[in-house]
Every structure is written in structure tokens, then in C-alpha cells.
Write a protein that binds this ligand. Structure first.
Ligand SMILES: [Zn+2]
Ligand SMILES: [Zn+2]
Length: 252
């Protein structure tokens, strides 16, 4: 059965799919993680760090893909090799001391679809990490009249505070005199007359006043509550580190 005839707005189901990678040497994009161990365009070796989860429409399924573990990186030539290999297919070096290829971790799909791939700018990320490591910070800001932008900001804040406090003191202490004449006077007095008497009533058991008497109880429906039923499916993709990823879905 061909899986390529699915409508474009459908999500792929459970299965194993190819990660994608871009060749950093010739710029070829969306190469297949398992099929293209080397760039078919320029022959460069696949870099596991350049792998990414594909968008839904770029997903290529793997039939009967034997998973033997995440790739091992050749200690001599950096070529990723199948975990089942003992010697590098590229240079023949012993892979015993090779480190495990980095994976792209897990992508949560939830109930939606993978709208975009997870490609990122690996070169820029590395540059940023290196800059952070060696402690290079942003160049110092421009100076105006020998003071930095921060100092000017502090001066502005202090000046604004001074204006606010001065204004408040003026407003609170301002006095002026004026003459007026009383044109009318009237008064009234209100006396509330209260009386106590028994009041019949009904309420839910926990709302009845403490000093109520002659109480009788009966069962009644107090309210209704809607409980959702049904289920939906959530999926997640896990990078297996060998150029493939697994999509697992569960019904919740
Ligand atoms: Zn290439
Ligand atoms: Zn090698």
C-alpha cells in the first residue's frame, strides 16, 4: 500500500519515519536520514547534528526498519556509523571509542499535525554558544557627553521623581481664601423601627441559619454537571539517533 496518496491535511499515524538533514557543503535540503548517509549531490558525510524532524508533508515512512540503536560517531573521521558496526565504513577505524550520535530528542505533536520541520541554524547556535562560553558580551553602548545611556536614564528617573514629589507637596499645601454666604438650611431625622418575628423559609441544609427551629428535610436534586466523554489521540515523535524517528500515538 502506498502511503503517499494521503490527503495533505491528514496526520501520519504510528510508525517509523526518516529524519531529514541539510547538506552544509552544497546546500541540498531535506535529505533522508537513513537513505542518504552521504549527500547524493556532493558526497559529504551526514552530520547527525543537522538532522531535524520533518513537516507532515515531508515525512517518509520506513518499512521494516531494523533499529539497532543510535549511531556511533567515528573517533577518527566523525562519520556516523550504524550502532551494529564495529569498524567505520568510511575509514575503517575501530568504533569502540566512538561516542553516540546526538539526537534531536522528542517532538510533541499532541492532537495536531507537524506544520513545520524543526530545522534550526546549527552554525548560528554553535557560534552563539561559543560566544557565551568565551564571555563575549554586547559592545558597550554609545556615550553622550561622557555618560553612558544607563547613567542618563538614571538621571532622567531621578529628575522625574523630583518633579512628582514637588508637585505633590504643592498640591497638598496650596491654600486660597474666598467668601461665601449660606442661602438655606434644612434638616431631617430618620428613625428605623425594627421588630422581630418568625420568618418561614427554605434553604439547602448547609445554608440554614444556626438558630432556625421547626426544621424538616427532604431530598432534592441540587444541580447538574456535565462530564465529558469520548477520547482523542495524541502523538509524539522520538529521534532514534540513527537517522529515523518513531511516531507513537495514544488515546486519551
Ligand atoms: Zn552536499
Ligand atoms: Zn571513520
Amino acid at each position: 500500500m502506498a502511503g503517499s496518496q494521503e490527503p495533505p491535511d491528514e496526520r501520519h499515524g504510528v510508525g517509523t519515519y526518516q529524519m531529514l538533514w541539510d547538506c552544509k557543503f552544497c546546500g541540498t535540503q531535506k535529505l533522508l536520514g537513513v537513505t542518504h548517509r552521504h549527500c547524493p549531490n556532493c558526497g559529504a558525510a551526514q552530520d547527525p547534528e543537522q538532522r531535524y524532524f520533518p513537516a507532515e508533508e515531508d515525512m517518509v515512512a520506513l518499512e521494516d526498519h531494523p533499529y539497532v540503536g543510535a549511531d556511533k560517531i567515528c573517533p577518527a573521521c566523525q562519520q556516523p556509523n550504524s550502532a551494529a558496526s564495529t569498524y567505520c565504513t568510511e575509514c575503517g577505524a575501530d568504533l569502540a571509542t566512538g561516542v553516540v550520535a546526538p539526537t534531536q530528542g522528542v517532538r510533541e505533536i499532541g492532537t495536531g499535525r507537524a506544520e513545520t520541520d524543526t530545522r534550526r541554524d546549527v552554525v548560528k547556535d554553535k557560534f552563539d554558544a561559543e560566544m557565551a562560553r568565551v564571555g563575549v558580551s554586547r559592545p558597550p553602548g554609545r556615550k553622550v557627553l561622557g555618560l553612558s545611556a544607563g547613567a542618563w536614564l538614571a538621571i532622567a528617573v531621578v529628575a522625574l521623581l523630583a518633579i512628582c514629589i514637588g508637585g505633590a507637596i504643592y498640591a497638598l499645601t496650596y491654600r486660597t481664601s474666598a467668601e461665601g454666604t449660606v442661602s438655606a438650611l434644612s434638616w431631617e431625622r430618620t428613625i428605623a423601627i425594627e421588630s422581630f418575628q418568625a420568618v418561614p423559609g427554605s434553604a439547602w441544609e448547609d445554608d440554614v441559619p444556626g438558630d432556625a427551629y421547626g426544621i424538616s428535610c427532604k431530598r432534592e436534586q441540587r444541580g447538574t454537571r456535565q462530564v465529558p466523554d469520548g477520547s482523542h489521540e495524541e502523538c509524539r515523535d522520538t529521534d532514534q539517533g540513527d537517522g529515523s524517528f518513531r511516531r507513537e500515538c495514544r488515546t486519551v
